[in-house]
Design a protein around this ligand. Structure first.
Ligand SMILES: Cc1cc2nc3c(=O)[nH]c(=O)nc-3n(C[C@H](O)[C@H](O)[C@H](O)COP(=O)(O)OP(=O)(O)OC[C@H]3O[C@@H](n4cnc5c(N)ncnc54)[C@H](O)[C@@H]3O)c2cc1C
Length: 393
């Protein structure tokens, strides 16, 4: 069966479903093809921090209503270390901005609900997507779904299929350049149906990094740094809470409301960038082109900013017959990606204990934290990057 459309999108995560939503509202037809089931995508527990620019993109895309009702707007975030009281990075004071806690899971639900409302074409459980003729005028993707072979022919193919997807592999190795950094630890994360702390709190403790985050008033997300070869069975809930509260210190750790975990997982930390983000009529967006360690809370936000830039290019292409934005998409998106990659690497380096950390490394880390505590300029720089740099015009 052959389907024709304007834009074929591979992957129905946040990037693919948001791109379909923005294009659909602009009258541009798309088909989204996803490897997994709808319920599998909705069950994944992932990001929860939205930059203010992301909040505005989501509102403009018509999926901001529940986010605005249920999301928690923050003026800043805290850091604790060295047995001190916490340092609050006041984003509102320094850069006049905010960020919002709102889970990727409800956001994904909002995007699927909006897709259903406008009758968008999403095809799930298509495990064998292949790309064809991406350098030609009529690129296509083929796949099997419900036991039938399908071919989607389009003007453009967009790979929103995450780090393990197929789209990036369609770019020849002579063209694609990749940059990668792996970190020698993971994050053990738990979700619990308990009231979170009022603020997001990062901790650098001699036993390792910890993070208190949140999804909604009765859903907390906490992480502790752990060795990469730890197994989930090594971490009972009691051990997790004890480790978390120790690392957050007596004042903040004492405020944590504990309870049974409803989800527990270990994730490795990685930085990865693939360049360019365009090859002929194939574009990459989101985790398909880049991964950041979650320390800077940038992964979901980069997926949203890529989609913002790319949808602007496609709308200009179909509306005005002009390709200025499409032609600058890869360079423009990559400038923002590298900035977030650098910030996420810096936050990771500042807040974690590395297994091979020397006393010299330790002292320079401490002095950097002390400088951050003493300098309004240093705090303003962190505030500006955490809140998210403005989009390029
Ligand atoms: C534990 C964890 C915590 C995180 N915390 C944060 C955070 O606090 N803040 C933040 O900003 N980011 C965070 N992130 C990152 C964020 O979740 C991702 O950056 C975001 O999901 C990227 O969206 P995406 O649509 O580009 O990719 P994905 O969400 O990976 O979606 C890609 C989709 O493509 C599908 N797919 C893959 N291969 C194929 C194929 N061959 N054919 C068809 N479909 C395919 C996948 O099934 C998936 O549904 C976190 C990630 C993890 C894992």
């Amino acid at each position: 069966m052959t389907i024709t459309t304007q834009v074929a999108i591979i992957g129905a995560g946040p990037a693919g479903s948001l791109l379909s939503q923005i294009l659909g509202r602009a009258g541009i037809d798309s088909v989204v093809v996803e490897r997994s089931s709808r319920s599998h995508v909705l069950e994944r527990i992932r990001a929860g921090v939205l930059e203010w620019g992301s909040v505005e993109v989501l509102r403009d895309a018509g999926v901001g209503e529940r986010m605005d009702a249920d999301g928690h707007v923050h003026d800043g975030a805290s850091i604790v270390w060295g047995g001190r009281d916490h340092l609050f990075i006041d984003i509102n004071r320094h850069v006049g901005s905010h960020f919002m806690s709102y889970g990727q899971t409800p956001l994904q639900e909002d995007l699927y609900a909006a897709a259903a409302e406008r009758g968008a074409r999403f095809i799930f459980e298509a495990p064998d997507v292949e790309l064809h003729d991406v350098l030609g005028d009529r690129p296509a993707i083929t796949f099997t779904a419900n036991g039938e072979s399908h071919r989607v022919e389009a003007d453009f193919v967009v790979g929103c299929d995450g780090y393990h997807g197929v789209a990036r592999q369609a770019i020849p190795s002579t063209v694609l350049r990749t940059f990668e950094k792996e970190y020698p630890f993971g994050w053990l994360g738990i979700m619990s149906e308990t009231p979170p702390l009022p603020d997001i709190v990062y901790a650098n403790h001699e036993r390792g990094f910890a993070l208190a985050s949140q999804r909604n008033p009765m859903l907390s997300r906490y992480y502790v740094q752990c060795p990469l070869d730890d197994a989930l069975d090594d971490w009972s809930d009691d051990r997790f809470w004890s480790e978390l509260t120790t690392r957050l210190g007596p004042t903040i750790g004492g405020q944590v409301v504990t309870g049974p975990s409803i989800e527990k997982s270990i994730a490795p930390l990685r930085s990865f960038v693939a360049e360019p983000m365009r090859y002929g009529n194939l574009f990459l967006a989101g985790d398909a082109a880049h991964i950041v360690p979650p320390t800077g809370a940038k992964g979901l936000n980069l997926a949203i900013s890529d989609v913002h830039y790319l949808s602007r290019g496609l709308i200009q292409h179909y509306g005005d017959g002009v390709d200025t934005y499409l032609d600058s998409y890869s360079d423009m998106a990559l400038r923002r990606v590298w900035s977030a990659v650098r910030f996420s690497w810096w936050m990771t380096k500042l807040l974690h204990r590395f297994p091979d950390q020397t006393e010299f490394d330790q002292r320079t880390q401490e002095v950097e934290l002390d400088y951050l505590a003493s300098s309004a300029f240093a705090q303003a720089s962190v505030a500006e990057q955490y809140a998210g740099l403005p989009f390029e015009i």
